[in-house]
Design a protein around this ligand. Structure first.
Ligand code: DGY
Length: 326
């Protein structure tokens, strides 16, 4: 009888998804609150891992899992996974693109409009009794129609945000580190990053985080933005130099920011960014809808089972591993 592969689950998955894995595999749940040494010990004979985006898969992780064949994360971002190490060891890395595009684009759209219309200031005004006391209203907002949106990173999510904001009458520009990302949004214009930053009223970031893109938006880039412009980040905190952003917001070199992601998550309670009046911070909720999170977990399981069955998984990060005698 063929021995069933062992799969370690570092995440909360619904019983039906776990049952689908158990049809062909032995499942081991790893307590994510347990010390790392215990988590690593659980990997000793694992051939598959279902990962959450908060658990780093570094060299030590791979060393603890010498039999690993597939690492499937329930996230599109894989910046916490040492992909080169996985590839060197022949481990397939999979992620969940596509199924979360609309959810992240929706949140980005809400943030652009909320900043423009000063939604958060007005909400605070009512909640703190300003209206009841007859205090002056917060400053007026601005229309988004006719304003320029600069989209930094023009993959699936950047293009979906562009489509949505064109629907609100915005002029849209894009920049991507990949020279030709095959954009599907014809009415958007390419600009080099510095020109995009100078021209845009709203800059929204949608790139992958890697060594080349870390601090893509730093002090110099923030200086290029208009003093009336806003920055939105629903991608990864490390794309923006948070210290430089704090200074830019404090000094008024940009008007404000809306951040669903931070360089350190969760932030320290005394993080100066959290005390600035012109920043809105959310707790990384870009994909946080019931339907989207379910689709992400389904795709993560499909990826895992396909790879364990020797098939090419639907969403693979390092396809070079599945060539040759795979
Ligand atoms: C993703 O899928 O990468 C989201 O940011 C959730 O971590």
């Amino acid at each position: 009888m063929v021995k069933r592969p062992t799969v370690c689950i570092f995440a909360d998955f619904e019983p039906d998804l776990v049952a689908a894995i158990e049809e062909n595999c032995r499942v081991r749940f790893v307590d994510m609150a347990s010390p790392r040494v215990h988590q690593l010990a659980a990997l000793h004979n694992a051939q598959g891992v279902l990962l959450n985006p908060l658990t780093p898969a570094d060299t030590e992780f791979f060393e603890a899992a010498p039999r690993l064949r597939v690492l499937s994360t329930a996230s599109v971002g894989y910046d916490t996974i040492h992909v080169a190490e996985a590839t060197r060891r022949g481990v397939v890395v999979c992620h969940t693109p596509g199924v979360l595009t609309a959810a992240v684009a929706d949140l980005t759209m809400v943030l652009v409009i909320s900043l423009a219309r000063r939604l958060f200031d007005n909400e605070r005004y009512v909640r703190s009794g300003g209206w009841a006391r007859g205090d002056p209203l917060p400053e007026l907002g601005s229309d988004v129609g006719g304003k320029t949106l600069g989209v930094v990173g023009f993959g699936r999510i950047g293009q979906e945000v562009t489509r949505r904001m064109q629907g609100f009458g915005m002029r849209t520009l894009w920049y991507d580190a990949v020279a030709d990302p095959h954009p599907q949004v014809p009415a958007s214009r390419y600009r080099p990053l510095d020109e995009l930053l100078r021209e845009s009223d709203f800059v929204t970031v949608h790139a992958d985080l890697n060594d080349a893109s870390r601090h893509l938006i730093g002090a110099e880039e923030l200086q290029m933005m208009k003093p009336t412009a806003y920055l939105i980040n629903t991608a990864r905190g490390g794309l923006v130099d948070q210290r430089a952003l704090t200074e830019a917001l404090r000094g008024g070199s940009i008007a404000g920011a809306a951040l669903d992601v931070l360089e350190t998550e969760p932030p320290a309670p005394d993080d100066p960014l959290l005390r600035l009046p012109n920043v809105v911070c959310l707790p990384h909720i870009g994909t946080a809808t019931t339907e989207t999170r379910r689709r992400m977990r389904e795709l993560a399981v499909q990826n895992l089972l396909a790879a364990l069955a020797g098939e090419i998984p639907p969403a693979i990060v390092n396809p070079e591993v599945v060539t040759g005698d795979w």
